[in-house]
Design a protein around this ligand. Structure first.
Ligand code: PAF
Length: 279
């Protein structure tokens, strides 16, 4: 039976003194989140899922107001996966007195990729994750690799600020045609939904050409993206695994990341690459 806490006090009362695995979410849960919960169950004796649409990580003109809110269905998914506690605080509960005066500065890694298009986003993400870590006091926290830059920044924060929580990055869960599962996919019209599949197709094309080098991988991905008029590309970027600049003659492990608008919905995806010979 999953217990639901709406306040900090209720949460504190529900938490047992046991190894705690935590899955922070913004709700609108899907199979991808369910898989994070399953991973959490492997790591902890007690599993906590938070459901909180964090206003601090949405910029002006972004989709805070239309972000899907499906609380009852979310709790049912947590229940089905055997989650012990759902923490579903209000905005006032998380930010009493409004936006905090002290926030987490995400540093230079937040100025590229998503951070370049969404200034302030990662400051909001890291601040709320730090607050949730403070409230839940987890031993382990599980995040999806779909938000690869977010995962990298959370690892960085935990390391740089000496937080004693183990961060686990879980594989991206995909639809049959490769589209990465996302709470925002529900906004896609049937035409958008068809067009959106090009993102993973492009990343896979890059993986297949990566043995011929960085330029070949990039070209393969761009050819796929250019052939789909239903998307508006924001970026396609090949990086080192930790999101650094990738030299044109690089070899070995790398990452490819893409962001695009499909209809009115912004989607992101990424995959690992191995440039050059066999991995
Ligand atoms: O990935 C998300 O859903 C959010 O960014 C997170 C980590 C729950 C913080 O609000």
């Amino acid at each position: 039976m999953t217990a639901v806490a709406y306040t900090r006090d209720e949460l504190a009362k529900l938490l047992a003194p046991a190894r705690t695995a935590f899955v922070p979410t913004m709700g609108a849960l899907h199979e991808g989140h369910a898989s994070l919960m399953s991973t959490a169950l492997e790591y902890g004796e007690q599993t906590v899922v938070s459901i909180f649409v964090n206003p601090m990580q949405f910029g002006a003109g972004e989709d805070l107001d239309r972000y899907p809110r499906t609380f009852d269905a979310d709790v049912a998914i947590c229940e089905a996966r055997g989650v012990d506690v759902v923490f579903a605080p209000s905005v006032d509960e998380v930010y009493p007195g409004g936006e905090p005066a002290v926030t987490v500065d995400p540093g230079p890694l937040a100025t590229v990729l998503e951070g370049k298009t969404r200034p302030g986003h990662f400051r909001g993400v890291l601040t709320v994750v730090a607050k949730l870590f403070g409230l839940v006091q987890p031993d382990v926290a599980v995040f999806g690799q779909k938000d690869y830059q977010q995962l990298a920044l959370i690892r960085r924060m935990v390391n740089d600020l000496c937080m004693s929580v183990e961060i686990v990055g879980a594989e991206t869960i995909r639809e049959d045609d490769g589209l990465a599962m996302s709470s925002r996919n529900r906004f896609l019209s049937p035409d958008d939904r068809r067009a959106a599949a090009v993102l993973s197709r492009a990343l896979r094309a890059a993986q297949q050409r990566a043995e011929y080098g960085v330029a070949a991988a990039r070209w393969a991905a761009m050819s796929e993206l250019k052939a789909e008029p239903g998307i508006e590309l924001d970026y396609l970027k090949l990086t080192t695994p930790d999101l650094g600049e990738l030299a044109d003659d690089a070899e070995g492990e790398a990452r490819i990341l893409v962001a695009a608008k499909v209809g009115s919905t912004r989607l992101i995806d990424n995959m690992p690459l191995f440039i050059g010979g066999d991995s």
